[in-house]
Write a protein that binds this ligand. Structure first.
Ligand code: OSB
Ligand code: MG
Length: 374
């Protein structure tokens, strides 16, 4: 189809899904196993369908958004803006959403569906539409806090055998330096990192300095979810590179954090920054500044996972991301084929759009509510 064809959406269907993770996932803020989220189906004038996935959780522990706030934002503000008139390019979606403050996950879910539809109209893979060139991507795995050290070691052994390129463990006060020290005994050469999900403050500076001994690739988001100032102070005191996750919600956040020296690495999540257009902007800036980036995860089902894979094909995604295979999370993912990892890599699909088919039957099985907007 002609690339000058505007993208006119005639109908948006919000599918609310409930999916159970194979194992509970624990962070410094708590544990959950049942994931409630939205799949966005955007039907174009041509009949082609774009898919998006909202990454907001049921409770606001990670950022302020929730399943309910994202539903409110999509339904009452964002979907009407999108249905009003066509866009010529997916980059226009974030512009159109500018009058709506923040609510990045709600925006990103809809924008993701438009990007999929756009690349399907062009008949090219989403990765290519974004400017990505990689044919395969390197991936790591993120492991939640476990009940015991033995459980953690056993889990890591399994993932190392599967070939994952690096392991991230969650830490929190009381489950940190001793755990990392012990892990280094079992896995002296493993590319290892720790994610604190904002569990510390500058009062913990001496404790965080102790982590320098264990040759971690980075420590992710040690301080407050909305901070870039204290992280700059901390980065001057610790040798281990700091990676920001929660703190980076936009291109401007990324620019300020890099200028202040708040981090040496950035975790880019499409939902957290408000969509693929903004994610690409952060990527391009980091490339220019020589800052390594990697693609974070939100325990996505197949559609969100496919978007992450496409984004990771951009060349500044130098470090392995958190986009593990479907089977690490779900008994049955909602896409065909499921995402598989071989020797720590995912082969990038060259089908058009997100490159995976949504399995309608599986989608229906997990659906708890459907809403249609025209
Ligand atoms: O902080 O990166 C995080 C999961 C949910 C919310 C936040 C985070 C995570 C993960 C797991 O670390 C990423 C994944 O495997 O999808
Ligand atoms: Mg994180």
């Amino acid at each position: 189809m002609n690339h000058l064809q505007p993208i006119q959406i005639k109908e948006i269907i919000l599918h609310k899904l409930m999916m159970r993770l194979k194992a509970p996932f624990s962070t410094s803020f708590g544990t959950f196993q049942d994931k409630e989220f939205f799949v966005i189906e955007a039907i174009g004038e041509s009949g082609l369908i774009g898919w998006g996935e909202s990454v907001a959780f049921s409770s606001p522990w990670y950022t302020e958004e929730t399943v309910k706030t994202s539903e409110h934002m999509m339904e009452d503000f964002l979907i009407p803006l999108l249905l009003k008139k066509p866009v010529n390019h997916p980059d226009e979606v974030s512009e159109r959403f500018l009058p709506i403050r923040r609510n990045n996950m709600a925006k990103a879910a809809l924008e993701g569906a438009v990007w999929d539809l756009y690349s399907k109209q062009l008949g090219i893979p989403l990765s290519k539409a974004l400017g990505g060139t990689k044919k395969e991507i390197d991936v790591g795995v993120s492991i939640g806090i476990q009940d015991s050290m033995e459980d953690l070691v056993q889990l890591i052994e399994g993932y190392v055998e599967e070939g994952y390129k690096r392991v991230k463990v969650k830490i929190k006060p009381g489950w940190d330096v001793e755990v990392i020290k012990e892990l280094r005994k079992y896995f002296p050469n493993l590319p290892l990192m720790a994610d604190a999900n904002s569990a510390y403050t500058l009062k913990d500076i001496e404790l965080l300095k102790q982590l320098d001994e264990y040759d971690l690739l980075m420590i992710e988001q040690p301080l407050a979810h909305d901070d870039i100032v204290d992280h700059a102070i901390l980065q001057k005191e610790v040798k281990t590179p700091i990676c920001l996750d929660e703190s980076i919600t936009s291109f401007d956040d990324a620019r300020k954090a890099v200028e202040m020296g708040s981090c040496k690495i950035i975790n880019i999540k499409i939902g957290r920054v408000g969509g693929l257009t903004e994610a690409k902007k952060i990527h391009d800036y980091c490339k220019q500044k020589g800052i390594a980036v990697w693609c974070g995860g939100m325990l996505e089902a197949g559609i969100g996972r496919a978007h992450n894979i496409a984004l990771t094909t951009l060349d500044q995604f130098i470090l392995p991301g958190d986009t593990a295979g479907s089977s690490r999370y779900w008994e049955r993912d909602i896409i065909n084929p499921e995402v598989t990892v071989h020797k720590g890599q995912i082969i990038v699909s060259d089908n058009s759009g997100i490159g995976y088919e949504v399995d309608r039957e599986v989608l229906r099985r997990y659906t708890v509510e459907t809403k249609i907007f025209k």
